[in-house]
Design a protein around this ligand. Structure first.
Ligand code: ADP
Ligand code: MG
Length: 618
């Protein structure tokens, strides 16, 4: 038998590597822009067509390449940035693997024009599917232009994997936001199909943030700054009152590189403890600078997750410096640290032991959210077409047992700033006709023949809203309720691109939203189903839900819409239902086609059987 192992051709090897590095148009942009930054560019222009499917062009005024380097740059493991494996521990450049260009050239049609300032003439190279089609001398400006056409033209499977243009464009915008924030001293422009999305002049960090996220952000930003032998932390955090329900304004950078860091994210969120409601996220733009040897950027092929050697100590410093900044700006009343100014924390304790959290004194009665606490009027369920559906109810659970007497309403908001202890007079007897109690603003308990029925209020409302929105979409009966006071929505470019791309569909369901400037929208009306809920909050949350919606629904647009709207508009745990609302909720739930499960498949209703209760009481 002959031997069966052979080496893959370069083209195939590159395509396999491309699978790791190049997933979508945004990944091409990331690699090309990082190369431009590494080449010392002070100005980078990105142009795209059809969300990067047909064209991505990146032009820089960096140092350019010699004819030989230009040819070499497309070879795998060709890099000018490291020579020895030990260099890996001292990386200051964005790229270093020497894989990006080889990967891109294996899955697209690529043209390169490049010239060094000292050279008379530049170089042109045309390469497609890893094959050099031509190389010649041309005259061109100093710097480099890469033109990437028809991405994945030779890998149909990957092409199919791409999302809608709106989604791909959003990814591109996010990528540009990340690099533009990481390098404010570099001017960036982004064009899509000939229109300008960003034209960001070189600026300081704060100005760059404001140029990207809008003037509103300026009032919100609070600087943070701390420096120890271990790390320098600097940047800005958002004031709590500007926090949003949607993500998109949370950024960490390490040594000039964007990173994700769930553990540090928790540190930030915990620093806002008690001054932010649980579902709000503050904006933050935080830069860490430290010895490159103390981080490992190599653990992830697309390199956004980064490991730190002294994670716990840095966490503590981050947390403390945010508390300090919030205190200084009077965001937290009466804050008192052991030390003033910078906080020196001893290097490298490996565990949490021995690290003492700064003592923070706060006024337990202070509640900065008093005025903005989310008010959720009787959404949806009070206007349900069929008022009650006892048949349904009976079919499922037997007749409700109305003998239940002596009801109490025990309401205790767990998240409240003040812990209120239940005292005798908190037990408010209610009218005799009521046959349920509400437990901890979370569960509605009601007796049924077979035992005790427990309804999860939030999931029940999700189910009701989901079916009502599906109804509206399927039957095309979006009724608009005009708002008394139109609301203005300002958002970042990524969210506004998304909103713009689905605006027609939203208005079809009954929203009345108009564009008003590049990143601003006016909400004139909402679907009648939403009643008087906070339109702005619902839309923001809807966008967040829509972005992160269950992947299996990605292709089913109607379900995805209905689900995201339901999640955004339904009441939460902790929402205190009035008796009337609770009884409408029960009625509307059992008028649903599938009352038992939430649209995410979680149980809405459970019954504790009599036998179980009797067993417990033995
Ligand atoms: P890496 O960035 O990891 O080194 P790449 O495949 O992205 O690998 O690039 C290979 C090499 O091509 C780089 O090391 C650099 O020398 C050169 N190069 C790429 N893009 C540019 C550019 N815009 N300007 C100058 N040189 C570049
Ligand atoms: Mg690179």
């Amino acid at each position: 038998m002959s031997d069966i192992i052979h080496l893959l051709s370069d083209a195939v090897a590159n395509q396999i590597a491309a699978g790791e590095v190049i997933q979508r148009p945004a990944s091409v942009i990331k690699e090309l822009v990082e190369n431009a930054i590494d080449a010392g560019a002070t100005r980078v222009i990105v142009q795209t067509k059809d969300a990067g499917r047909t064209l991505i062009q990146v032009t820089d005024n960096g140092k350019g390449m010699s004819p030989i380097d230009a040819r070499m740059s497309f070879e795998r493991h060709a890099t000018s940035k490291i020579r020895e494996a030990t260099d890996l521990f001292a990386i200051r450049t964005m790229g270093f693997r020497g894989e990006a260009l080889a990967s891109i050239a294996s899955v697209a049609d690529v043209e390169l024009k490049t010239k060094r300032a000292d050279d008379e003439i530049g170089t042109y190279i045309h390469i497609a599917g890893s094959e050099i089609l031509s190389q010649e001398s041309i005259s061109c400006p100093d710097g480099t232009t890469f033109m990437v056409k028809n991405l994945f033209y030779n890998v149909p499977a990957r092409r199919k994997f791409l999302k809608t243009n709106a989604t791909e464009l959003r990814n591109i915008i996010s990528e540009i936001q990340r690099v533009a924030l990481a390098s404010p001293e570099i001017a960036f422009s982004l064009y899509h199909n000939g229109t300008v999305i960003y034209d960001l002049p070189a600026a300081n960090f704060r100005k760059r943030i404001v140029n990207i996220f809008g003037n509103n952000m300026n009032q919100s930003l609070v600087p943070i700054q701390t420096e120890t032998t271990l790390v320098k932390i600097s940047g800005f955090i958002g004031q709590p009152k500007f926090a949003k329900r949607t993500f998109g304004e949370q950024y960490f950078f390490v040594n000039g590189r964007y990173m994700k860091h769930p553990f540090f994210h928790k540190g930030v969120i915990q620093a806002y403890d008690r001054i932010l409601p649980g579902d709000m996220v503050p904006a933050y733009f935080i830069c860490f600078e430290l010895d490159p040897g103390a981080i490992d950027i190599n653990i992830h092929p697309t390199k956004t997750e980064i490991k730190f050697e002294n994670e716990t100590a840095i966490w503590q410093m981050l947390h403390a410096s945010i508390r300090e900044a919030l205190g200084k700006f009077n965001v937290i009343p009466s804050i008192d640290f052991d030390q003033d100014g910078s906080i020196e924390i001893p290097i490298a304790p490996r565990s949490c032991e021995g690290i003492v959290r700064p003592e923070i004194q706060y006024d337990p009665t202070f509640n900065p959210f008093e005025e903005r606490s989310v008010s959720i009027p009787s959404r949806g369920f009070s206007e349900n077409k069929e008022k009650t559906d006892f048949e349904n109810w009976q079919k499922l659970y037997g007749e409700p047992d109305f003998q239940f007497a002596g009801n109490f309403e025990i309401q205790q908001n767990e998240e409240a700033v003040q812990t209120s202890f239940i005292e005798k007079n908190d037990f408010k007897p209610v009218e005799r006709s009521k046959n349920f109690i509400i437990l901890k603003n979370r569960y509605i308990l009601t007796p049924v023949k077979s035992g005790l029925m427990i309804i999860d209020q939030r999931r029940a409302h999700q189910r009701i809203m989901y079916e009502q929105f599906m109804d509206t979409i399927v039957n095309h009966e979006g009724v608009t309720q005009q708002l008394l006071f139109p609301q203005t929505l300002e958002m970042n470019s990524a969210d506004s691109a998304l909103l713009r791309s689905i605006l027609e569909d939203l208005n079809y369901i009954g929203f009345d939203i108009r564009e008003f400037g590049p990143d601003t929208f006016i909400v004139n009306g909402v679907p009648g189903i939403l009643g008087n809920s906070d339109a702005k909050g619902v839309i923001e949350m809807f966008l967040e839900e829509f972005k992160t919606c269950a992947p299996d629904l990605r292709e089913k647009e109607r379900e995805r819409f209905a689900l995201s709207l339901a999640m955004a508009s339904s009441i939460d745990h902790g929402y205190s239902l009035s008796d009337e609302e609770a009884s409408h909720l029960i009625d509307a739930l059992f008028a649903c086609e599938t009352p038992n499960y939430s649209p995410l498949g979680k149980p809405v209703v459970e019954i504790i059987q009599m036998e179980e209760i009797e067993k417990k009481m033995k």
